[in-house]
Design a protein around this ligand. Structure first.
Ligand SMILES: Cc1cc2nc3c(=O)[nH]c(=O)nc-3n(C[C@H](O)[C@H](O)[C@H](O)COP(=O)(O)OP(=O)(O)OC[C@H]3O[C@@H](n4cnc5c(N)ncnc54)[C@H](O)[C@@H]3O)c2cc1C
Length: 381
């Protein structure tokens, strides 16, 4: 199924919040044959294919609106392609902040696929409590520790790994390191997921790295990690919109086709009510995502802490609303498809599995509520 062109999609409602380049990008993506492109559904080929479509260049430019447009379209067709695209961005972003052009050129060309290794068995939502260490030994670094739930394990050539080089300094001791997947002392293992997402663990055992493995300055790791997540949080919302949009399109087609009680499902008023709820929720979430992306672009250079806090609140609202709404919209879509909605091989069944992790990673909904509330309460105290 092709994504409807911009003018006929709900995207048109929010288009005033996007710039001309974003609208042109949406049209370009809608014209690409993303649905029938088999390499976008094949974990071994998807990383290189996204590069040949020229999409990693947008990760280098870091315009949140462009990233949202791309993620919404990719997720509509292939949640796998969306996930690999996003994780390449999570790896590139700290490298961009640290001006590591040496590595970025190869990543933009798709010759190197990356990962972003922050989470540990004992440090999930509370990332600052990580236990992985980095020790300086002459001109080299030695890393030890465990990372888990890391995307792109199995396809990544390298990872930006966060480790504490000065545990006495607490979270201020966290630094970022570029770790080749095949470095001595790196062991990778796969975690099987309900969705089609390459995921795994990284064990670091006396992994010795050259001095230039350090990304940015020593002690800058947490700010690189949180700055990156701050950019990408809104785009997770956009990915959820893409999946919800697809669920709505699938549902509209199904209820117009399927007949029961002598009429099309689309003629039953309770079915119409469901379609109305799905479309309205999708459009409302789209506005929050578009607003967060818009404000992120226009105030991204602001040194004003209050503006940055407002942007963090907007991104959290956008991600929370879009992912929670998408879960409900996709659940309605499964219901409208009846028994076939849970049959392996149907698109809505795939979406039902794929949407779930988005409510957890890059800020679980519960944690986002804290960010939103604290931003509001802080400004009023
Ligand atoms: C598909 C997938 C891909 C991922 N990819 C990556 C990756 O590439 N790199 C990476 O570093 N990590 C990745 N993660 C890990 C992800 O970032 C963590 O799962 C997430 O941060 C939550 O951490 P946790 O799983 O340890 O849950 P926990 O931190 O143990 O939290 C469990 C639950 O407790 C609740 N909770 C936690 N804290 C609070 C609080 N303060 N207040 C209220 N409720 C709270 C929430 O409901 C939360 O879902 C990925 C996860 C998934 C599922």
């Amino acid at each position: 199924m092709k994504a409807p062109v911009v003018a006929s999609s709900a995207f048109a409602d929010t288009s005033p919040l996007y710039d001309d380049a974003s609208r042109a990008l949406a049209q370009k993506l809608a014209a690409m044959d993303l649905e029938t492109d088999e390499s976008l559904h094949d974990v071994s080929r998807v990383g290189a294919r996204l590069a040949s479509l020229g999409l990693y260049a947008y990760l280098r430019k870091v315009d949140t609106r462009h990233l949202c447009v791309i993620r919404e379209h990719l997720a509509f067709h292939s949640p796998l392609a969306d996930a690999v695209f996003a994780v390449q961005g999570l790896c590139m972003n700290p490298l961009i902040r640290a001006d590591r052009r040496d590595v970025l050129d190869a990543m933009e060309r798709g010759e190197k696929i990356g990962g972003f290794a922050l989470t540990e068995p004992g440090a999930g939502s509370d990332v600052a409590s990580m236990r992985t260490t980095a020790r300086r030994d002459g001109s080299t670094w030695i890393l030890n520790g465990h990372k888990t739930l890391i995307s792109n394990v199995g396809i990544a050539h390298h990872f930006v790994v966060f480790a504490n080089a000065n545990p006495e300094a607490g979270k201020k001791g966290i630094s970022a390191f570029l770790v080749p997947a095949d470095a001595h002392g790196v062991e990778l293992s796969r975690i099987e997921l309900s969705g089609d997402h390459p995921l795994g663990r990284i064990t670091l055992s006396d992994c010795r790295l050259p001095a230039d493995a350090l990304v940015g300055q020593e002690g800058q790791g947490l700010s690189l990690a949180l700055g990156t997540l701050g950019i990408f949080r809104t785009t997770v919302g956009a990915a959820a919109l893409g999946m919800a949009w697809r669920a709505l399109e699938e549902s509209v087609a199904h209820v117009n086709r399927r007949e029961q009680f002598g009429q099309k499902l689309a003629e039953l008023q309770l079915v119409q009510a469901k379609i109305a709820d799905m479309a309205t929720e999708l459009t409302a979430a789209r506005f929050l995502v578009a607003s967060a992306a818009y404000h992120n672009e226009v105030t991204t250079t602001s040194s004003d802490a209050a503006r940055r806090s407002e942007n963090g609140r907007r991104a959290s609202m956008a991600k929370m609303t879009a992912t929670e709404s998408a879960q409900r919209i996709i659940d309605h879509a499964v219901q409208l498809h009846g028994g076939m909605g849970v049959a392996i091989g149907t698109k809505v069944e795939e979406l039902y599995r794929e949407i779930r992790p988005l409510r957890i990673y890059e800020g679980a909904t519960d944690v986002l509520k804290l960010i939103i509330a604290q931003s509001i309460l802080k400004n009023r105290s």
